[in-house]
Design a protein around this ligand. Structure first.
Ligand SMILES: Nc1ncnc2c1ncn2[C@@H]1O[C@H](COP(=O)(O)OP(=O)(O)OP(=O)(O)O)[C@@H](O)[C@H]1O
Ligand SMILES: [Mg+2]
Length: 248
């Protein structure tokens, strides 16, 4: 059996009396796309913070390529190959799109020139090349979100965590993001996307879906199956509709 790229093992995280994550376990195989679906407060952002080391787990272990990364700092997990985007996008507003990516690329490239060349390539990949000279503050939300992905890609990750990368986007923009995730996958980069509401587009692209509710794993499975599981239907539609929905 091959070792998964990422293993979340029995992870819990408390904030005072609030249990944001509760005995959560799941795996991400190399190069696959896993969606973490759950309503507001389900624990998606906390999960990403625990994986990257921004927060320590209260208990449990996170493993990357077979080795524990619990206790590492975000800069260390980034160096190992874990990239992320933030729910509240935070590119440098006064820098151009190209410079935002070039600054990130400097972490991996030897010269400023090499960083700019690499940044250009990433702007092609993220379909932002037309906006290379536009200041980040003047981009639309969808493009700022793609810029966040571009900045994460600049660190040459094996795994990218996307926090609410679809939130606030219109259907055409969601589609573009889905296509971008597909391009990342064809480069061998695995993705974990935290998503508030499941969308058809997300179901289509995900290899695996984990459903979180109040920090607990409610269900996980193939996209075609997981949203029909009675616990999931119940949590999303309310118990009243569960029977009918499962039958249909
Ligand atoms: N730093 C913190 N201090 C205290 N409580 C926190 C902190 N961060 C998160 N929480 C709590 O942990 C729970 C999970 O929050 P989290 O932000 O991880 O959920 P989420 O799934 O990302 O939600 P959203 O869809 O709103 O982004 C919530 O009850 C939240 O209030
Ligand atoms: Mg969140």
């Amino acid at each position: 059996m091959t070792t998964p790229l990422l293993e979340v093992r029995d992870v819990s995280r408390w904030f005072g009396g609030v249990r944001a994550l509760s005995h959560l376990s799941f795996e991400v195989p190399h190069g696959r796309m896993v969606s973490i679906i759950g309503p507001n407060g389900a624990g998606k952002t906390t999960l990403f913070n625990v994986i990257t080391g921004a927060l320590a787990p209260s208990s449990g272990d996170v493993r990357f390529e077979g080795a524990s990364i619990s206790g590492l700092r975000p800069d260390q997990t980034a160096r190992l190959g874990i990239g992320r985007t933030f729910q509240i996008v935070r590119p440098f507003p006064g820098l151009t799109t190209l410079d935002n990516v070039a600054v990130a690329a400097l972490a991996k490239e030897r010269t400023r020139r090499a960083a700019r060349v690499r940044a250009q390539e990433i702007l092609e990949l993220t379909r932002l090349a037309r906006f290379a000279d536009v200041e980040a503050r003047n981009l639309t939300l969808a493009r700022r979100k793609r810029l966040e992905v571009a900045r994460a890609v600049a660190l040459r990750p094996r795994l990218i965590l996307l926090d609410e990368v679809m939130a606030g986007l219109n259907p055409a923009e969601v589609d573009q993001t889905i296509q971008l995730i597909g391009r990342l996958r064809s480069l061998g980069v695995a993705t974990v996307a935290g998503i508030e509401h499941v969308m058809q587009a997300v179901q289509k692209i995900s290899d695996w879906i984990v459903v979180l509710n109040f920090g607990e794993k409610l269900a996980e499975g193939l996209p075609a199956e997981v949203m029909h599981q009675p616990e999931v239907v119940k949590a999303y539609l309310g118990a009243r509709y569960a029977d009918a929905a499962v039958r249909s």
